[in-house]
Design a protein around this ligand. Structure first.
Ligand code: HEM
Ligand code: SF4
Length: 564
């Protein structure tokens, strides 16, 4: 039976290379909004139409329009920026955004609060800084992430340069982006050929990440295509290709689920780009175009099996691929604080709670970072932990850089508990239209409650990762790591445990609905048992995984859990 393509498929195919009606709609000053089809296509150009959900009800009651605004996301392969690029972005957040920047869990910068009338100018200015927003959102290959540590050796250089190379090679070929946002007109009727994607682009987003076994900060197995470097004598000689990772799922829809990528082949470094293109082509050809919830490569892998997938990649690659070796052990080093780069200089990893670079009261993080980068010519690196690494600090400047940040009230890593250092939270309210509950804005109290519960069991020094999202889509990777807290409805969260710190094991749902104020209580029986019964060297996630859901629930009911 012929199945009906999802609505966006027709919009993409008829869009003339992602042009659609964007050009005329941006020129229309009579409305702050765009049409549904332009909304779908604008994502491919790196921007989402949103509204301020905090003010929506009051505005509606007053008979007024919602506060429509746009989120703009840059593409920053491996999170590496020139100092001058950072300073341009910082200035843009004042000029067109809400005076904050947000480091994303995929190493980019997002702006919130951009008006439709400023969209072209914002994106053109980003382009002027030799950055792009093209393909930061939408059904394309997204920003390519890579191990961020600015260690100046051959392995890190290969990882980070390869991320930049792949990111550029996998961009759409359409000139629409440049025409609409830089030249100010969509450049006519003809669509350029898209040799890799075809006229309807990919069925869904496609994420690529590169890591080496010593540093899995990027959660390599959370990507559609995770590439793990094989290092011999200090050089990258090949890559283990892992396919089918992804976190997105929908509550109560068991046909959707998070999945870790599975090793499928080994490729020599010299063949990497061709092999990556072959995997993207497979997703293009077999990703589900009728149901967007089942469109990611992970479902192709599970529906067809790994052997079929490997054969499909080989067909598109044009030859056989080696079987993969077993996955090496992956580790997660501490990147915050001071570290030697290996070339006589240093980097300082600065924690950025929820990735939000803002000046708030005494804590003038945005000004402090801007001044440090400007005065000392530091190179910023954005991490998938939503933090910033200030690289290339001269030995003699270390004291002055740290002093400058402290003078601006910036909280440095040593003042934070391990839980606070490693906690992630997605944006959620007030901008994300999909948020069912708060995330970024409850990160501090939730982390505080967990810290308190840990302290009662002498676990305050324990390295435990907490990842909070406002809905099950999983933008802050809540199903990997030790504790996932996933929004269900306002003030109510599901709790996941049992994953591992290094991101190689998924967690399972422990509670379906816990009130926000009771999350510490819900976790405390687990902390108590962990403190008492852990095996030597066992991490919290490993302990939860060993005991399993039933035993953990049997540890004693957490007080006052809702609806269970
Ligand atoms: C069905 C799945 C998903 C949907 C529909 C979705 C949608 C969205 C939306 C609407 C935003 C914008 C929020 C805002 O800025 O106000 C967002 C942010 C983001 N999403 Fe997703 N997302 C999905 C899954 C994922 C997954 C699995 C990841 C990564 C593992 C991810 C990574 C990101 C990143 C990096 C951001 C930027 C903000 C941040 O770092 O929190 N998304 N997503
Ligand atoms: S996890 Fe959900 S609430 Fe959070 S940013 Fe992603 S889509 Fe929005």
């Amino acid at each position: 039976m012929e199945q009906k393509y999802s609505g966006l498929e027709a919009v993409k195919a008829a869009s003339r290379g992602l042009r659609g009606t964007i050009d005329t709609e941006l020129a229309d000053a009579s409305t702050p909004q765009v049409s549904e089809s332009a909304y779908g296509l604008l994502k491919f150009h790196g921007t989402y139409e949103q509204y301020d959900r905090d003010t929506a009800t009051a505005l509606k009651q007053a008979g007024q329009e919602k506060d429509w605004q746009f989120m703009v996301r840059t593409r920053i392969p491996a999170g590496r920026l020139e100092p001058s690029q950072y300073l341009v972005l910082d200035a843009l957040s004042d000029q067109f955004g809400n005076a904050t920047m947000r480091i994303t869990t995929r190493q980019t910068i997002q702006f919130h609060g951009v008006a439709k009338s400023d969209l072209r100018a914002t994106i053109a200015s980003i382009n002027g800084a030799l950055l792009t927003t093209l393909a930061s959102c939408g059904d394309v290959v997204r920003n390519v992430v890579a191990t961020p540590a600015p260690v100046r050796d051959a392995v890190h250089a290969t990882l980070q340069d390869t991320a930049a190379l792949l990111s550029a090679a996998l961009l759409p070929r359409t000139r629409a982006h440049h025409s609409i946002f830089v030249l100010g007109s969509d450049g006519g009727e003809e669509a350029e050929e898209e040799p890799l994607f075809g006229p309807a682009y990919l069925p869904r987003k496609f994420k690529v990440g590169l890591a080496h076994p010593g540093d899995n900060t990027i959660d390599v197995l959370a990507n559609d295509l995770g590439l793990i470097a094989e290092v011999v004598d200090g050089r990258v000689v090949g890559w283990i290709m892992c396919v089918g990772g992804g976190h997105g799922m929908t509550h109560n829809k068991p046909q959707t689920y998070p999945r870790l990528a599975t090793p499928v082949a080994r490729v020599p470094h010299s063949e990497l780009q061709r092999a990556v293109e072959a995997v993207v082509a497979l997703a293009r050809d077999f990703g589900n175009r009728t149901d967007r919830r089942r469109a990611r490569l992970k479902y192709v892998v599970d529906d067809h099996g790994l052997a079929w997938v490997k054969a499909g990649i080989e067909e598109r690659f044009g030859g056989p691929l080696e079987d993969p070796p077993p996955l090496p052990k992956l580790e997660l080093p501490e990147l915050l604080g001071w570290h030697a780069q290996g070339n006589g200089r240093w980097w300082l990893g600065v924690p950025v709670p929820s990735g939000r670079i803002a000046d708030t009261g005494e804590a003038r993080l945005r000004t402090g970072l801007r001044e440090a980068i400007r005065r000392f010519g530091l190179s910023p690196v954005l991490t998938p932990q939503q933090d910033i690494l200030l690289a290339d600090v001269e030995e003699a400047d270390r004291g002055a850089v740290e002093r400058l940040l402290r003078e601006h009230g910036v909280v440095l890593a040593e003042a934070l508990s391990p839980v606070a250092r490693w906690a992630l939270a997605c944006v959620a309210l007030p901008t994300c239209g999909l948020a069912l509950a708060e995330a970024e804005r409850v990160r501090a109290p939730m982390v505080g409650a967990i810290e308190t519960a840990l302290r009662r069991h002498g676990l305050e020094g324990e390295r435990i990762s907490v990842r909070i999202t406002g809905c099950p889509n999983g933008c802050a990777r809540p199903y990997a790591g030790d504790i996932g807290i996933v929004g269900r409805m306002p003030g109510m969260y599901a709790i996941y445990v049992g994953g591992d710190f290094a991101g190689t094991r998924l967690s399972f749902q422990l509670h379906d609905r816990v009130r926000e104020a009771e999350i510490g209580d819900a976790l405390e029986p687990l902390f108590a048992a962990f403190a008492q019964d852990r095996q030597p060297g066992e991490e919290f996630g490993g302990f939860c995984s060993r005991l399993g859901r039933d035993a953990l629930l049997g540890l004693g009911a957490a007080p006052r859990l809702a609806a269970e």
